[in-house]
Ligand binder design. Structure first.
Ligand SMILES: NC(=O)c1ccc[n+]([C@@H]2O[C@H](COP(=O)([O-])OP(=O)(O)OC[C@H]3O[C@@H](n4cnc5c(N)ncnc54)[C@H](O)[C@@H]3O)[C@@H](O)[C@H]2O)c1
Length: 391
């Protein structure tokens, strides 16, 4: 079955991501069946979506009739068999391997043999979920970012058994939803959740060493680096429970590679319930009238912080290319569209000159003698050959 505008889209899980994905598919004219076994979850999904779309009418970004037809095209159901007839099914339920496997086994019985099934998992391998399926060749990962209607990026992740035609077909359809699709190998964190780790991890390390406080590190990354948010503000926003869990999962999945080592500072925040903005306390204090420290606006210190975090980020982006996780272009598209970095990291490496980045990494490695700071072999090769990442 080839996927097109007439394909019915099935979505499993009416939470944050499932609701957002249903909105996207319906906006582009598909009939959507959104399934969740919990009726209260379906109700809040529906009312939440109505609220978001009505706001678009108020802001004159959409007409009432456009909004009405987007809502009319979505069927909210707690009956799994309503998903039958879906040519493309996207699962966005709780991040639990056994529950996901069970749901896929049930839904595979309901759909046509040629339907394409996909998971929106952030941290499980496509291979592990596919083991439950009768037709793993028709299954892949499609990783949307939150909020799905606003974030352009979708990582397309074929598993070990996925048919190439299935990958191409799913990617082409998602391209028609005006998304930026990138292709990633089925490895921990795919592209974004792997390459972005040093943004948090190295910032936390600098903080733990006492080189600078959170406000100063955030200032350096925003003012000197051009990032929209600093690492500490961003971790406070994401929630330390969520951010720490991703770090821990990537660290374990990479067989405890020191590049991905979680930090005690963040663990203590989680343990104490200071989860960030949602609890009014994280690295910053969000309570009414709270006073937060001012950054130390020292350009020399700021550059030192920026160069250290940026070198680690670029080294990680280079590793994703070196290990064939994704192409140079796709790594850059992923970071600019998935986490809104001001520039692709490999383009950034070219602008700085790969030898400068290697110098920064080598200086860290000499200073610390830790494997965490080992420069990537591809970075060394590029410098040796006098090449850039882009021609
Ligand atoms: N939230 C994010 O930022 C984000 C981003 C990208 C990917 N993801 C991934 O998307 C998936 C969903 O995340 P979320 O944040 O939307 O979660 P969520 O908690 O908002 O929603 C999960 C939904 O799954 C439903 N559910 C639970 N058990 C179910 C079952 N057996 N059958 C069907 N539905 C069931 C729940 O009722 C709930 O509506 C996860 O795999 C997560 O890793 C999340």
């Amino acid at each position: 079955m080839s996927l097109d505008k007439n394909t019915q889209i099935g979505v499993i899980g009416a939470g944050t991501m499932g609701t957002g994905i249903a909105q996207v598919a319906s906006t582009f004219g598909h009939k959507v069946v959104l399934y969740d076994p919990y009726s209260d979850q379906l109700n809040s999904s529906k009312s939440g979506l109505e609220k978001i779309l009505n706001r678009q009418v108020e802001k004159e970004r959409m007409t009432q009739s456009e909004v009405d037809s987007i809502l009319e095209r979505i069927v909210f159901t707690d009956n799994l068999s309503t998903l039958s007839g879906s040519g493309f099914l996207i699962e966005a339920i709780v991040e639990d391997l056994e529950i996901k496997k069970e749901v896929f086994q049930k839904v595979e019985e309901i759909l046509e043999d040629d339907a394409i099934l996909a998971t929106n998992t952030s941290s499980l391998s496509i291979a592990s979920i596919s083991s439950a399926l009768k037709r793993p060749e028709r299954f892949l990962g499609v990783h949307f970012f939150n909020p799905a209607p606003l974030m352009k990026l979708v990582e397309i992740i074929p598993g070990i058994s996925t048919d190439e035609a299935v990958t191409v077909s799913a990617r082409s359809l998602i391209d028609t939803w005006q998304k930026v699709t990138v292709r990633a190998k089925d490895t921990p964190g795919f592209i974004v959740n792997r390459v972005a780790r040093p943004f948090y991890g190295e910032a936390l390390r600098i903080y733990e060493e006492g080189v600078a406080d959170a406000a100063t590190i955030d200032w350096a990354m925003k003012e000197l680096g051009g990032f929209k948010m600093g690492p500490f503000e961003l971790m406070d926003l994401i929630g330390h429970d969520v951010n720490y869990k991703v770090t821990e999962s990537v660290f374990k999945e990479f067989y405890y590679d020191p590049r991905f080592k979680p930090s005690f500072a963040q663990k203590r925040l989680v343990e104490s319930g200071r989860l960030g903005k949602k609890t009014n306390l994280g690295f910053y204090d969000y309570r009414d009238g709270a006073k937060n420290p001012e950054p130390v606006k020292d350009a020399v210190l700021g550059e030192k912080i920026l160069h250290r975090i940026l070198a680690m980020l670029i080294n990680e982006a280079v590793d994703a290319v070196f290990m064939n996780v994704a192409s140079i272009e796709d790594v850059d598209l992923a970071m600019t569209n998935g986490v809104n970095y001001p520039m692709g990291l490999l383009k950034w490496a070219d602008e700085l000159g790969p030898s400068r980045v290697l110098d920064w990494m080598s200086a860290l490695q000499v200073e610390y003698r830790e494997d965490r700071y080992r420069p990537n072999p591809l970075l060394k090769q590029k410098v040796r050959r006098g090449e850039n990442f882009y021609e």
